[in-house]
Write a protein that binds this ligand. Structure first.
Ligand code: NAP
Length: 549
C-alpha cells in the first residue's frame, strides 16, 4: 500500500467517460464503470488519491463519522479485510485506506495525477464532451462525471495586506505534506469551524502560544474517540450487511439510534438526562437526542442551552466561556462540530481568544494582524477559514453546456439541479453529491455510493436501450429546486448564516444547497424515478440531435 504516483496513463483521444477527481467518489465511479465494460479515465489535481483526505492534513484532522460507518460498503472483502485503529480515524489513516483501495482495485492505471481539468465543452451535434486539462490533454468523452467534492475549494478571505505578512501562512484545507513544527512559535488561528476546532488543541500543545480569532462560536460535542477494540470491530463486521442497509435508509446515512420523541414534550428531568447520555457517548448523533431539534426553535433552545452550560462548566475563564457559547444560531443549523479537548484547551495559559465579530480583522501586517487598532504579532498564521462549498469546485471549471452557457453563468443566482445529479442544459454531465442532494448533510460515503450506483445503473440503462444522451428537463429541475427549498424552509437551517447557504462567501447567492429531506427518502425517490423510465429526464438515441426544449 503506497501513497505513490503511478505511471501516467496515455490519454486516449476518445473515451466513454471522463471522471474529474480521485477522491472516494471518483475512485468508486472508476471501479463501477470498469464493471460495466466502459472505458474511463480520471483526472486529479493532486499527486495521489483521497480527495479531501489528501488535502486536509492539518494537525488533528479526523473524521466525525465513525470509521466503521465512514468506509466503503461495496466490497465485502474490503470491509472485512480493512482494520481501523481508532473509533474515529485520523486523516493519515483514512488516506492510507484510500491508497489501500486504489491498490486493491488497481485504480491508478486509469488516473492522471497532477492534472487539472480546465474546460469541458458539450458538442450538441456529436453529443460528446470535449475535455481539456492544464497538461494539454484533449479528450472527447460521451459522459463526464464530476467527482469534485463539496469542500475542495479552500478559501482565504480577502484581508487587506494579506501578502504583507512575513511569517508562514497555512490553510487547513491546503496543508503542506511535510510536517509543520510549531514548537516555540507564536501562532494565530483565524476561524472556529470544524477544522479549527480539531486543529487548535493539537497546535496549542506544541506552540509557545496560540491566539484564536473567532467570528462565530460553534457548538461542539466531544467525540469520545478511542482505540478500536477487536470486540467492537467484530460487533460491526459480523452484521455489516444489515447495518449498512439500515444506514442507507436512515436520515443522515449514519446509525444514530434516533429518539423518536419531541424535546418539547419531554418533561424535565428526563430531557436533560437524555442530553447527558448523548453528551457522554459523544459525536454528531447528539442531534438525534430528539426528533424535533431541527424543526422547533423551542426544542432546539433546550439542546442549545444544554451545550452552552457544558461549555461554561468546562471553560474556567468566564469571559472566554461567554464568548465561546454560541447564541446567534440554533444548534445544528451550522454544521455541528466534534472535538477532542477543544473547550478544555482554552484553560491553557498559552491560549487566547479574540472576538472578531464586534471588531473584524482590519488587515494583516508584516508582523501579524490588526484588530480594533491593536496589532497581534505571530510567527505563523493558520487560516481555518473554510471553503467555497458545494459549487466552488464545479463553477471554477469552464463547463460549457449545449447552448454555450457556462455552469457558472447558469448558477449565478444559485445552483439548480435535478436530484443534485444533473443540471438542465448540460447533457451527459453527472455530479456526485451535487447541490440538491443530501451530500454534506449525510455520511458522505453512503451518499457517494448511492450516487455512483445510480449513475452506473443509468449508464447501463442507456447502453441497454441504444440511447446515448440524458438530460433533465427544465420543468423537472424547477420542481426539484422548489422542493429542496420548501423542505429546507420547513426547518431551522436557513436561519443560520452558514456555508450551507453560501453565506461565508461575500456575494455568493443565499440558497440552501444540500437536500434536507433525508438520505433514505432521497434514495427511494431516485430509485423510483429510475424505475419509472428516468422520469423528468430526456433520453435520446443516436438518431436525434440534442435540441433546446
Ligand atoms: P468553516 O466551517 O466554514 O469555518 C470557517 C471559519 O472561518 C468560521 O469560523 C468562519 O466564521 C471563519 N471565517 C471565515 N472568514 C472569516 C473572516 N473574514 N474573519 C474571521 N473569521 C472568518 O470551515 P471548516 O472549519 O474548514 O469546515 C468546513 C466543513 O468541512 C465542516 O463544516 C465540515 O462539514 C467539514 N469538516 C469536517 C470535519 C470532520 O469530519 N471532522 C473536519 C473539518 C471539516 P463564520 O462562521 O463567522 O463565517
Amino acid at each position: 500500500m503506497t501513497e505513490t504516483k503511478a505511471v501516467r496513463p496515455t490519454v486516449p483521444k476518445s473515451i466513454d467517460v471522463v471522471i474529474v477527481g480521485a477522491g472516494f467518489g471518483g475512485m468508486y465511479m472508476l471501479h463501477r464503470l470498469r464493471g460495466l465494460g466502459m472505458s474511463a479515465i480520471v483526472f486529479e489535481t493532486a499527486s495521489g488519491v483521497g480527495g479531501t483526505w489528501y488535502w486536509n492534513r492539518y494537525p488533528g484532522a479526523r473524521c466525525d463519522v465513525e470509521s466503521m460507518q465512514y468506509s466503503y460498503s461495496f466490497s465485502k472483502d474490503l470491509e472485512q479485510e480493512w482494520t481501523w485503529s481508532e473509533l474515529f480515524a485520523g486523516q493519515p489513516e483514512i488516506l492510507r485506506y484510500a491508497n489501500f483501495v486504489a491498490d486493491k482495485f488497481d485504480l491508478r492505471r486509469d488516473i492522471c495525477f497532477e492534472t487539472k481539468v480546465t474546460e469541458a465543452r458539450f458538442d450538441p451535434t456529436a453529443r460528446r464532451w470535449a475535455v481539456r486539462t492544464d497538461r494539454g490533454d484533449e479528450v472527447s468523452a460521451r459522459y463526464c462525471v464530476m467527482a469534485t467534492g463539496c469542500l475542495s475549494t479552500a478559501r482565504v478571505p480577502d484581508f487587506p495586506g494579506l501578502s504583507d505578512f512575513k511569517g508562514k501562512t497555512y490553510h487547513t484545507g491546503y496543508w503542506p505534506h511535510e510536517p509543520v513544527d510549531f514548537t516555540g512559535l507564536r501562532v494565530g488561528v483565524i476561524g472556529t469551524g470544524s477544522s479549527a476546532i480539531q486543529a487548535i488543541p493539537v497546535i496549542a500543545e506544541q506552540a509557545a502560544n496560540v491566539t484564536v480569532f473567532q467570528r462565530t462560536p460553534n457548538f461542539s460535542i466531544p467525540s469520545r474517540n478511542g482505540p478500536m477494540t477487536p470486540q467492537y470491530e467484530r460487533s460491526w463486521k459480523d452484521v455489516y450487511p444489515a447495518r449498512r442497509a439500515e444506514a442507507r435508509m436512515s436520515r443522515n446515512g449514519v446509525l444514530a439510534n434516533p429518539n423518536d420523541k419531541p424535546a418539547i414534550e419531554t418533561p424535565e428531568p428526563e430531557r436533560t438526562a437524555i442530553y447527558e447520555q448523548r453528551w457522554a457517548s459523544g459525536g454528531t448523533t447528539f442531534m438525534a437526542s430528539f426528533n424535533d431539534l431541527i424543526f422547533s426553535k423551542a426544542s432546539n433552545d433546550t439542546a442549545a442551552h444544554f451545550v452552552r452550560s457544558k461549555i461554561k462548566s468546562i471553560v474556567k475563564d468566564p469571559v472566554k466561556a461567554e464568548l465561546l457559547a454560541p447564541t446567534n444560531h440554533p444548534i445544528g443549523t451550522k454544521r455541528i462540530c466534534v472535538d477532542t479537548n477543544y473547550y478544555q484547551t482554552y484553560n491553557r495559559p498559552n491560549v487566547d481568544l479574540v472576538d472578531v465579530r464586534s471588531q473584524p480583522i482590519e488587515c494583516l501586517t508584516s508582523k501579524g494582524l490588526r484588530v480594533g487598532g491593536r496589532e497581534y504579532e505571530f510567527d505563523a498564521i493558520v487560516f481555518a477559514t473554510g471553503f467555497d462549498a458545494m459549487t466552488g469546485a464545479l463553477t471554477r471549471i469552464n463547463l460549457i453546456g449545449r447552448e454555450g452557457q457556462t455552469l457558472a453563468e447558469k448558477w449565478e443566482a444559485g445552483p439548480r439541479t435535478y436530484l443534485g445529479l444533473m443540471t438542465a442544459g448540460f447533457p451527459n454531465l453527472f455530479m456526485i453529491t451535487g447541490p440538491g442532494s443530501p451530500s454534506v448533510l449525510s455520511n458522505m460515503m453512503v451518499s457517494i455510493e448511492q450516487h455512483v450506483d445510480w449513475i452506473t445503473d443509468c449508464l447501463a440503462h442507456l447502453t441497454g436501450h441504444q440511447l446515448d444522451c440524458i438530460e433533465p428537463t427544465s420543468a423537472s429541475e424547477d420542481a426539484w429546486v422548489e422542493h429542496v427549498n420548501e423542505v429546507a424552509h420547513g426547518t431551522l437551517y436557513p436561519s443560520a448564516a452558514s456555508w450551507y447557504m453560501g453565506a461565508n462567501i461575500p456575494g455568493k447567492p443565499r440558497v440552501f444547497m444540500p437536500y434536507i429531506g433525508g438520505v433514505g427518502a432521497y434514495r427511494a425517490k431516485c430509485a423510483e424515478i429510475a424505475a419509472d423510465g428516468y422520469r423528468g429526464f430526456r433520453l435520446l438515441g443516436p438518431s436525434r440531435a440534442v435540441a433546446a426544449e
